[in-house]
Design a protein around this ligand. Structure first.
Ligand code: ATP
Ligand code: MG
Length: 216
């Protein structure tokens, strides 16, 4: 089994992720690509509030359900704490030692890899697949990975950051992400605004609506 390992925050999942995974699968002849939903993405610690991991995983699961070969994984959520790709590769390798692992990253993430936790150990466990990303230079060498596989895809200037801003500004989302993901954003009232703060204490009072909505 040639297994793609595609990590992300997926907050929210969008068409850029799907096209990237599909083209990585094609370029590296992968049998499956796992969408590894980060529990606590350490890169985003302290910079913004990340949506509840179970909810992000639920939306990824619903979006991927009809797509052959692309599968959700909650391996980092089950592990808990900060999410490091090296721990995920070790866990996947130990579970299925016969699988060949392929770490799939966009060019922006690839350029950050030297800062990742125990980065020098990654190439022992996986080969690297780099997908081009709009706004970021093409990278063909990183760390000591032997000949990364370069997967091409159409430049799609889509990011979760931009989609969250679009929700806040009431701009259209249609066709930038799957309809199931748009439905979830509405149903759980995601990304609408900064949480209101208690005027006296300054404490975050949680989402204005939807935070107690059931996930099923
Ligand atoms: P954010 O803006 O919150 O960082 P994002 O759109 O970058 O969100 P992530 O969940 O951070 O999405 O990214 C997961 C993986 O998907 C990364 O490897 C990233 O490079 C890749 N990726 C995301 N969007 C694209 C895109 N439009 N084209 C190519 N790769 C992408
Ligand atoms: Mg990102």
């Amino acid at each position: 089994m040639r297994l793609g390992v595609f990590g992300g925050t997926f907050d929210p999942i969008h068409i850029g992720h799907l096209v990237a995974a599909q083209n990585a699968m094609h370029a590296a002849q992968l049998d499956r690509v796992l969408f590894i939903v980060a529990n606590q993405p350490w890169q985003k610690e302290g910079t913004r509030e990340v949506t509840d991991a179970q909810l992000r995983h639920l939306v990824v699961t619903q979006v991927l359900a009809p797509i052959p070969g692309l599968e959700p994984s909650d391996i980092e959520i089950r592990r808990g704490g900060l999410s490091y790709s090296i721990d995920t590769l070790i866990e996947l390798h130990d579970a299925q030692p016969a699988d060949e692992l392929f770490l799939v990253v966009g060019a922006d993430a690839a350029s950050q890899m030297p800062t990742w936790e125990r980065a020098e150990e990654l190439s022992r466990l996986a080969r690297l697949v780099i997908v081009n990303r709009y706004g970021y230079p093409t990278i063909s060498h990183i760390l000591d990975f032997d000949e990364p596989i370069l997967a091409e895809m159409p430049w799609l200037d889509i990011s979760s950051t931009d989609l969250r801003e679009r929700v806040r500004d009431h701009r259209p989302l249609q066709f930038l992400l799957p309809a199931t993901a748009i439905d979830a954003i509405e149903r759980f009232a995601l990304y609408r605004e900064q949480h209101p703060r208690n005027a006296m204490t300054g404490e975050d009072q949680g989402r204005p609506t939807g935070s107690s909505a059931r996930l099923d």
